[in-house]
Design a protein around this ligand. Structure first.
Ligand code: PLP
Length: 363
């Protein structure tokens, strides 16, 4: 018997249209930040965060960093973040000179738990930065009331949640700023890139900060960075943006299939009133999680991922001795299964058969 090729856990889709648009920009001779970036910003805002302004940058991490700087976060400040996320969340806080303070997550959504956040507010806390993990919004109502009570800002790490909504409102419109990542494995890509959704003064400062603090050439108003997006990347992003809604529907359809057929594992839940965009489809398993990942790959040719095996507070870069029990439990139990738009029905059936067989064998 020949083994079919392994089903990858993520698969960026780059097509002829992206290639043609990159070629068009290259031939124009204008490749750094220019008209493509400006158009991409307008189209992204209209499609995903209507009513807001968008500022394109060279990565999601840069977007979080510049958003925080633009919001006035700096040395002496504390910003509350989850520990169960990619390190970029806390890194972006630390890079401003402020201190990331880690709080625990809700067991169902895997996102910041408002009660845990309330317990770590101090007189130095300036903001809360939830992550809309795996493509589902954090509890922005619960976090919003804590923010209001203590006079804190809300910042959104929407790196994984393009198009998700909370109580009918799109993520990226629920705080001072929201940042989307355009890294290849995210729900859409520009190669590398990020988009900051914001308004007014914050948008103005993000624009300055991404360009050495200049609005006018050589008249630098602020100390800034070079975090610009190129027109080449924007051209890719514009094509991907047009395809995003269809891909999100495909992800939801794939998730519904997995929901309906998986057995003996805890499948993801969707918060009442929210919509999920399934950047990841993440289950929990009791027992030998790492053994299950290995068995899925080696015995069934099914790729999977563990996002994230080490909570941020225990990474060598932060190394804090704090107790976040739901974060620790999730880090031990989660497995993300393929849910991307390239899966065929046959692929989904293979994923289901593999997971059910391994879970039944008691991995
Ligand atoms: C991917 C990601 C980022 C960083 O985005 P980059 O574009 O890779 O810099 C930040 N936060 C979360 C939760 C992410 O998944």
């Amino acid at each position: 018997m020949t083994t079919p090729p392994t089903i990858p856990v993520a698969k960026p889709i780059i097509g002829d249209e992206e290639r043609a648009e990159v070629d068009r920009v290259l031939r124009s001779g204008m490749v750094a930040q220019g008209p493509e970036v400006a158009t991409f910003e307008e189209e992204f805002a209209a499609a995903l965060v209507a009513g807001r302004e968008c500022v394109a940058v060279n990565s999601g991490t840069s977007g979080l960093h510049l958003g925080l700087l633009a919001a006035g976060i700096g040395p002496g400040d504390e910003v509350i973040v989850p520990s169960f996320t990619f390190a970029a969340t806390a890194n972006s806080v630390a890079l401003t000179g402020a201190t990331p303070v880690f709080a625990d997550i809700e067991p169902d959504s895997f996102c910041l738990d408002p009660a845990s956040v309330a317990a770590v507010v101090t007189d130095r806390t300036r903001g809360i930065m939830p992550v809309h993990l795996y493509g589902q919004s954090a509890d922005m109502a619960g976090l919003g009331s804590i923010a209001q009570q203590h006079g804190l800002a809300l910042f959104e790490d929407a790196a994984q949640a393009h198009g998700a909504t909370f109580e009918g409102r799109p993520v990226g419109t629920l705080g001072t700023f929201g940042t989307f990542s355009l890294y290849p494995t995210k729900n859409m890509t520009s190669g590398e890139g990020g988009m900051v959704s914001c308004d007014g003064d914050v948008a103005h400062r993000v624009r300055l900060l991404r360009n050495q603090g200049m609005a006018k050439q050589y008249a630098n108003e602020l100390v800034g960075l070079n975090n610009r997006m190129t027109d080449i990347h924007a051209a890719i992003g514009r094509v991907q943006l047009r395809r995003l809604a269809g891909w999100t529907e495909d992800r939801r359809g794939n998730a519904a299939f997995l929901d309906a057929h998986l057995e003996n594992v805890v499948v993801p839940t969707v918060r009442e009133g929210s919509t999920h965009v399934y950047h990841q489809y993440t289950i929990r398993v009791d027992g030998d999680r790492d053994g299950m990942v290995q068995a899925l790959r080696e015995e069934h040719g099914v790729g999977s991922g563990v996002y994230y095996p080490i909570p941020n507070h225990r990474l060598p870069s932060f190394d804090l001795d704090i107790d976040l029990p739901e974060t620790e439990r999730a880090a031990r139990q989660v497995i993300s299964l393929p849910v991307h738009p390239s899966l065929s029905t046959g692929d989904l059936e293979r994923v289901v058969e593999a997971v059910n067989a391994v879970a039944k064998a008691g991995a």
